[in-house]
Ligand binder design. Structure first.
Ligand code: SF4
Length: 193
């Protein structure tokens, strides 16, 4: 989804599988500070498991739903809270909407923290998510909590290294708050260079 890599696990111990917390996310890893996964300085959560199989994907290790490790969301929040310079948290992957229900408690906690917004990278289009949300309330709830959505599959033929926050030209950076307010898709034009 982005050029960045999930270089780090959240903690050295206690969060690398076998976690029995009721609130876990299947993770590939995290990046504690990124300036390429959305506006400002961001904590990035790379989830594990993706259904899209885009040719040329930068993160093929995240595709297998049996890979990665279960991580208690409290450990992610503790790592977020350690960094007062953060502007937001990015959910990437993998495909976050494949485990929408697991991301919701994390998103709810991030929303309680003043000054942090939520950006979600997804291989689904916004329109697909709206349709999915009619059958799956977790998809709708998570979509409703996004401030920014970078949507659509990575298409190798439309790859463009000059783009900010997205890998291929078909992907859109959607201002979700304006989209909800205006009732139609509003792009975050300032980032759609
Ligand atoms: S949606 Fe993202 S993680 Fe999944 S295959 Fe496509 S580029 Fe890779």
């Amino acid at each position: 989804m982005s050029e960045d890599k999930y270089t780090e696990k959240v903690t050295e111990a206690g969060c690398e599988g076998g976690c029995d917390s009721p609130k876990t996310i299947r993770l590939a890893g995290v990046v504690r500070e990124s300036i390429v996964d959305g506006p400002g300085i961001r904590f990035v959560v790379f989830c594990q498991g993706c259904v899209h199989d885009c040719p040329g994907c930068q993160n093929p290790d995240t595709h297998d739903f049996n890979g990665g490790y279960d991580c208690d969301i409290q450990k992610i929040l503790d790592a977020v809270d350690e960094n007062k310079l953060l502007d937001g948290v990015t959910f990437s992957g993998g495909e976050p909407f494949c485990q929408a229900g697991r991301f919701i408690p994390l998103a709810e906690e991030i929303k309680k923290r003043e000054g942090l917004d939520i950006l979600i990278f997804t291989g689904y289009t916004y329109e697909e998510l709206i349709d999915m949300g009619k059958k799956d309330p977790d998809v709708k709830t998570l979509l409703d909590m996004a401030d920014t959505l970078v949507d659509g599959r990575f298409i190798l033929e439309e790859r463009d290294l000059s783009l900010r926050f997205r890998g291929s030209r078909n992907q859109r950076i959607i201002d979700m708050n304006e989209t909800r307010k205006q009732g139609h898709i509003v792009l975050a034009e300032e980032y759609m260079n």
